[in-house]
Design a protein around this ligand. Sequence first.
Ligand SMILES: [Zn+2]
Length: 476
Amino acid sequence: MAIYYVFTQNHPLLQILVAVKELGWLCCAIIIKNIERSIMNKVETIYLKDYKAPPFTIKTCDLVFELFEEHTQVTSLLNIVKMDKGAKDLVLDSVELELLEIYLNDKKLDVSSYVIEDAHLRVLDVPEMFKLIIINKIYPHLNSELEGLYKSGAIFCTQNEPEGFRRITPYIDRPDVMAVLKTTLVADRGRYPVLLSNGNRESNFRLDDGRHGVTWFDPHPKPSYLFALVAGDLGVVEDKFITKSSKYVRLAIYTDRGNESKCKHAMKSLKEAMSWDEEVYGREYDLSVYNIVAVDSFNMGAMENKGLNIFNSAYVLADEESATDANFMGIQSVIAHEYFHNWTGNRITCRDWFQLTLKEGLTVFRDQCFSADLNSKEVQRIEDVKALRERQFVEDASPTAHPIQPDSYMAINNFYTATVYEKGAEVIRMLHTLLGEKKYRAAMDLYFEKFDGQAVRTDDFLWAMSSAGKLGFGAV
Ligand SMILES: [Zn+2]
């Protein structure tokens, strides 16, 4: 995610002032929500030392979204496996969801078989392996939480990092549960001609009542925070990219109608990022389509959902008439950042949110190097250090100073900080300097080879660096 440094642990008033200064009132609203939540709820502190592997995991998840103006019905079919033989009840994260029906291995459960708790759905006494179907209702047009599925203007949109998915359907909403997802969206054809989700487009159909549907399938297992959907009447700019191994990838940027002509620079930047990652890190894109949505109604900066990046249009749209050089460079950098997450964040993800810098620090370092290679190394470094001094040094000198991997948090939203992102990137840069280009690349190759498809820790990254670079630190 590219919404840097605003979620600090500062005094609430200071948080609001910093947020307004850095990103305007929209992002400030998120901070206010967090503060409101921590005042209203009894917030527990979560400790890294208390981490426990999930007692259950989800292998596959088939989702059907029936989108209507006044509500959305979500049907999820989960294939679940018990990992801890001693576990009895399945506990799913579930926040403000209206539960309609639950089926376990096709048998409808009555109310004696499950308990609806404060922020959970507890299914009692479940077997070793089973199929769970949950049908629930949500109200995206009333969702003002700025996470989960919401309707803004005429567009349905999602934001699930870090813990938004639990507002869509009951799920084990943690990054170390990685499932293969298939998503079907059904909506009015006239209002929502564009229906997007993660992965490759598998099929589409028309219904007699003026509605239509599209099914998307993502073969790569991923955590729920990378799930996305967008539905609306959007303009599109298309292009293509041929990967190093000659695979065809359709590129598309969807935007509010009328903004299509402002997407050229973003599209060029995307292709540059795809080439650079192949050349410098040996990483090819892994789906046959790469979709970007850039709309005014997206409330975060940018989000790296697998195969469907969503941006606020401010981070994508530019033309020679109105944008400055700095705007063009900013777009190049943020498009690349979200693209680079495909390998550092999505294919290899974080075991838990304490490892956030593993995906963010590393990806910031990668986008800094990309911008340096494509523009001026010296200017890029001066800009990066300037940003570090202006934001991260201030954080380090304040009562909110924290390490790039914290020991505890009350709300993970508070840790999308300059320290996790930018100081995290400096730590990776330090490793890069210690190892030198060749050994660093060998270490990254080892990291990708060993941990692809897994949810890992910063220690695992250090192990790869140490093994390939013979630096004598890090242990798995
Ligand atoms: Zn990011």
